[in-house]
Design a protein around this ligand. Structure first.
Ligand code: PHE
Length: 447
């Protein structure tokens, strides 16, 4: 505990950038636009926004409370808060396991992004030619060596940043990269909106067609809200343990949530009008970004090449600050158990590199295609483990943590006014969030 109290973010702005960097990632850039369109555009968006604030943000505040109160990683924090019931430790263990599995999947997709950034930089991507991007993507992602090399390059950058430390590595990189990302995204949005036929894409994204919003869509909205805010697996407990004592947990969380939501919407604005203006239809999952967008870039004339480079750079940077948070959470957990930080980083990196490589081999018609490991990991973490982690966390905070401790932490020992506490926070955390999460989980398991 002694070492942990010393380590932390140096400023409120840096802390927000680091946590927002964790939140804004691949989940915002390709997953959000695609599922938002699939489940009814504007209708999905409204449900999503409700979940983001009513459940996601409340969960984020709760993880910050646990982290900052104890200044520990999820492995110890739960026992510290509830020494009489050490079984709560399981939530921390589950969280770190989820981090490890999510990191493996994340590394694979990030590796693809590194490759596409490189190909757009060298001009190879535009040379592939319309009509061949689907096979180009599948050939690459299913091959044995190249995707693994790319994911290792990406992992190496992560390792350098995390070894740099919380303040000098993570905070510094996030403060620099987050504003750069927003500028890149804004440029792409402007370009996309000025294309002919852009309004059809905006309609697809924003028009609230409630006929498309199914029960499945509601579940997808909640799952997306958790994944996108990086909650339910303890990452925000670790970042909470690094938050400055003077920070207001409500406003910090609000900033992160608003940044994350804005980036998702901006990504949709950057992607859909462009896709529609080329007469293409939005494809499913990874395909949208890697198979459809290159066609869009080719149609933009000389700006297309620049747009492709900017887009894949943006995607890689967004993925980087998210992967960093996963690596840091695992490192913090292990080093709390007495392991040196460097050794912990090495161990997590090697383990996740091995798992990510296996997942990559199992993708498409790759070497181990019968394993379906990539798909299994993605589904297991995204659908079940995050929701279980989230449910256990809200139950713990709402029903097992001392109310006074929560109040004390949210009000910075009574120095802040927390008029919202009873209605907004305590009701949501004790009643609404657990019920909603339980319903989603049951529906997910049954359906
Ligand atoms: N929030 C990240 C995204 O939107 C993914 C992530 C999930 C990162 C969980 C860390 C922890 O891409």
């Amino acid at each position: 505990m002694a070492t942990n109290t010393k380590r932390g973010f140096n400023s409120t702005f840096g802390a927000i950038m680091a946590a927002a960097g964790s939140a804004m990632g691949l989940g915002n850039m390709w997953r959000f636009p695609y599922i938002c369109g699939k489940y009814g555009g504007g209708a999905f968006l409204m449900v999503y926004i409700f979940f983001i604030f009513a459940i996601g943000m409340v969960l984020m505040m709760s993880e910050f409370i646990i982290g900052r109160r104890t200044r520990q990683s999820p492995l110890r924090a739960f026992i510290t808060l509830k020494p009489q019931q050490p079984k709560w430790r399981i939530v921390g263990v589950l969280g770190l396991l989820t981090c490890f599995l999510v990191l493996a999947v994340y590394l694979v997709i990030s590796g693809w992004t590194v490759n596409y950034f490189w190909e757009s930089l060298t001009g190879q991507l535009s040379a592939v030619g319309d009509g061949a991007y689907e096979s180009h993507f599948m050939d690459f992602a299913s091959s044995a060596i190249a995707p693994v090399v790319c994911l290792l390059i990406f992992l190496a950058i992560n390792v350098v940043v995390v070894l740099g430390g919380v303040e000098k590595g993570i905070e510094r990189v996030s403060k620099l990269l987050m504003p750069v990302m927003v500028v890149l995204l804004a440029i792409l949005c402007v370009r996309s909106l000025t294309l002919e036929g852009a309004s059809e894409g905006l309609r697809y994204l924003f028009y609230p067609d409630f006929n498309f919003l199914s029960g499945e869509g509601v579940l997808a909205a909640l799952g997306q809200a958790l994944f996108s805010l990086s909650v339910g697996l303890g990452v925000m407990i670790v970042y909470g343990s690094y938050l400055p004592a003077k920070d207001n947990l409500l406003t910090t969380s609000l900033w992160i949530v608003v940044c994350d939501l804005s980036v998702s919407i901006l990504a949709g604005i950057a992607i859909f009008p462009a896709v529609f203006s080329c007469g293409l239809t939005p494809a499913e999952g990874p395909g949208l970004v890697y198979q459809v967008l290159p066609v869009v870039f080719n149609s933009m004339g000389s700006f297309g090449r620049v747009a492709a480079i900017l887009f894949f750079l943006l995607l890689a940077l967004a993925a980087l600050t998210s992967a960093i948070s996963l690596l840091e959470a695992l490192t913090a957990g292990l080093s709390e158990g007495g392991m040196k930080r460097g050794k912990a980083v090495a161990l997590v990196s090697i383990g996740s590199a091995v798992l990510a490589s296996l997942a990559s081999f199992s993708f498409g018609n790759g070497l181990l295609s019968n394993w379906h490991l990539f798909v299994i990991l993605d589904k297991l973490t995204g659908t079940y483990m995050l929701a279980i982690g989230a449910l256990l966390t809200v139950i713990f905070v709402g029903w097992f943590m001392k109310r006074d401790d929560i109040y004390d932490e949210l009000s910075n020992h009574g120095t802040l006014k927390v008029g919202y506490f009873k209605v907004f926070y305590y009701f949501l955390i004790r009643v609404l969030a657990p019920i909603a999460l339980l319903v989603v989980l049951i529906a997910g398991i049954v359906g």
